[in-house]
Design a protein around this ligand. Structure first.
Ligand code: GDP
Ligand code: MG
Length: 596
């Protein structure tokens, strides 16, 4: 075990985690220069484009250190977004240490702190790495001062590197070898292994990513998952190079994969303990949690012919994404669809984008909703996330909604606008303190529903990009809800209904009507767009009637132009939905979801 090091790279978004991982792969020769693509570990196209890591991948780096000995450095990659913080915490449990990457120009940010605290809680050895020292705006001394003050670490031990230019990478590897403790564990004890990730392979089924704490694991043995007692016979085990490399045995302290004929990733739960059926360990590893979706939205295909395809596509995505949930849903306006559950809005957008890109589906989404707890007058409690299931208010005694605790770090010149924004979103200020002479950390309790939409974008815009943000789920708190319905030409469009805080109802109804008015193309008749609570109309707009035929202006003109216009209309129809006697474009449904 002396020659193994298990570590992660953690960082605030864009501070250079993926770029550093790339350099480590290159310098240890895991990928040759000719087969190198930037950000090797970010596998999905969407990740590459958005520059975020969604699905973690691990890799074993072979390294001969300056002491002349050969080491195996297991780099465990973690997702880089607050939606996936449980996954991050489990990946860190698999490690003895972490590289904390800090941008030399940006300094310590909200996710730097959140990640650092998590690593500290798990007793990891944290190595601060100041990255991007090649930037003209780099200020290494300032970041060193922050490392001392904000993190309480000795800045003499911080490394200064440029992942982009490849300077200081060798020092990073030496620090991993010399400063991160090697794993400890008893190879002769019963198997105790942590599932820190899993992914689905079309040929082999679920590939489980494991860290062994005690015992060993060989092909042919029968393993048991602690949380659900499911047993499987192990077919193959091995280590992660960029490809999988089968081995005869995995041992205490090692990181690797297991293939055992497991059909979907839903059976393998991140954070769960794996042991042997006939010689189980005494207790499970601590900290296991079943992750549950927190944001819900219904997905409808624009063309009802695509319903089956949507069902198949969701099944396929689910194979690789245990936290995605879905069940059948039906809307009078939009027909058959699925109610889907997500870990956060980013997760929702990723799924939507993959359905549209990889499966070529055109979708209409309903307004994302959190889960509300309703106490009914008969004393029963019910949880709802779908406006369609909202009971008649006369039966409701009280309601609760989820709150988060947010940490916002910003230069103090933006305090005013950031505090007003948070209060405007029904936030309650809990704390405020100066990190240094000009940077402030604000703590706010905020309703999750208010943060969901564009809080982050607004925060960036009111602070000219300088504020950073991180949050944790806090608790359910009393609230007052209203269900706002939207009527088009007097007909309720159920898919546009939304559950909102009572004080927000008028504002949201008015905005929804204005947006719809702008997005609904003029028809041959006047169209009324109304917002209502119960039977009471609270907002109204009118789309005036159309006078001329669209092709009329081409009359006598060249025929190909006319054809093109008709084709364009046909193409456009695929993105339209007939609701009653009115045609509503997909863009209108999306526009209603935006708050500003
Ligand atoms: P991540 O979000 O932490 O994974 O960050 P990335 O590795 O994707 O890097 C974010 C951006 O910073 C990319 O545009 C990188 O090219 C850039 N970057 C990363 N490391 C360096 C560096 O050492 N110097 C400079 N100038 N840019 C860097
Ligand atoms: Mg990245």
């Amino acid at each position: 075990m002396d020659n193994i090091r298990n570590f992660s790279i953690i960082a605030h978004i864009d501070h250079g985690k993926s770029t550093l991982a790339d350099r480590l792969l290159q310098i240890t020769g895991v990928v040759g220069d000719h087969e190198f693509r930037d950000q090797m570990l970010d596998t999905m196209d969407i990740e590459r484009e958005r520059g975020i890591t969604i699905k973690s991948q691990s890799v074993a780096l072979p390294y001969r250190a300056s002491d002349g000995k050969d080491y195996v450095l297991n780099l465990i990659d973690t997702p880089g977004h607050a939606d996936f913080s449980y996954e991050v915490s489990r990946a860190l449990v698999a490690c003895e240490g972490a590289l904390l990457v800090i941008d030399a120009a940006q300094g310590v940010q909200a996710q730097t702190l959140a990640n650092f605290y998590m690593a500290l809680e798990l007793d990891l050895e944290v190595i601060p790495v100041i990255n991007k020292i090649d930037l003209p705006s780099a200020d290494v001394d300032r970041v060193k001062a922050q490392i001392e003050k904000d993190l309480g670490l000795d800045s003499d031990h911080a490394l200064a590197i440029s992942a982009k230019e490849g300077t200081g990478i060798e020092e990073v590897l030496e620090a991993v070898v010399n400063r991160i403790p090697h794993p400890k564990g008893d190879p002769n004890a019963p198997l105790k292994a942590l599932i820190f990730d899993s992914h689905w392979d079309p040929y082999r089924g679920t590939i489980v990513h494991l860290r062994l704490f005690d015992g060993k694991l060989k092909p042919g043995e029968v393993i048991k998952f602690w949380s659900n007692n499911a047993t499987y016979k192990v077919e193959e085990i091995g280590s992660f190079l960029i490809e999988r490399k089968p081995r005869k045995e995995l041992n205490a302290g090692q990181v690797g994969y297991m293939i055992a004929g497991i059909k979907t990733v839903s059976d393998t739960r991140i954070g769960d303990t794996v042991t042997l059926e006939d010689r189980p360990c005494k207790e499970a590893l601590k900290g296991f949690k079943l992750v549950k979706p927190v944001v819900f939205s219904s997905f409808y295909p624009i063309s009802s012919d695509d319903y089956e395809e949507l069902a198949v596509a969701l099944e396929k995505l689910k194979l690789n994404d245990a936290s995605l949930t879905f069940e059948k849903d039906h809307s009078t306006a939009l027909g058959h669809g699925f109610r889907c559950g997500f870990l956060g809005l980013l997760h929702l957008e990723i799924v939507q984008e993959r359905l549209e890109r990889e499966f070529n589906l055109s979708l209409i989404l309903t307004a994302p909703s959190v889960q509300y707890v309703l106490v009914l007058k008969d004393g029963t409690e019910t949880i709802i996330d779908n406006p369609a299931k909202y009971p008649d208010p006369v039966y409701i005694q009280s309601a609760k909604e989820p709150f988060i605790r947010a940490s916002i770090i910003l230069p103090d010149q933006f305090l005013g606008p950031v505090i007003s924004l948070s209060i405007d979103r029904r936030g309650v200020q809990k704390d405020m303190h100066y990190l240094d002479s000009s940077r402030v950390e604000l703590t706010f309790d905020l309703p999750l529903s208010e943060v969901l939409f564009d809080f982050y974008d607004r925060l960036k815009s009111v602070s000219r990009g300088y504020a950073s943000f991180d949050y944790d789920f806090l608790e359910y708190r009393e609230t007052e809800l209203a269900k706002v319905d939207i009527l088009v030409s007097g007909e309720k469009v159920d898919a546009l209904s939304m559950l909102v805080h009572k004080d927000r109802a008028y504002q949201r109804a008015r905005r929804a009507c204005e947006r719809l008015k702008n997005e609904i193309p003029r028809q041959l008749f006047k169209v009324a767009v109304q917002g209502a609570i119960g039977g009471k109309i609270i907002a109204r707009e009118t789309v005036s009637a159309l006078r001329k035929d669209v092709t009329a202006k081409c009359y006598g003109g060249d025929i190909t132009r006319k054809k093109k216009l008709l084709e364009k209309q046909k193409e456009g129809k695929k993105r339209m939905k007939q609701v009653g006697n009115v045609v509503i474009p997909q863009s209108a449904f999306l526009a209603v979801l935006k708050t500003d």
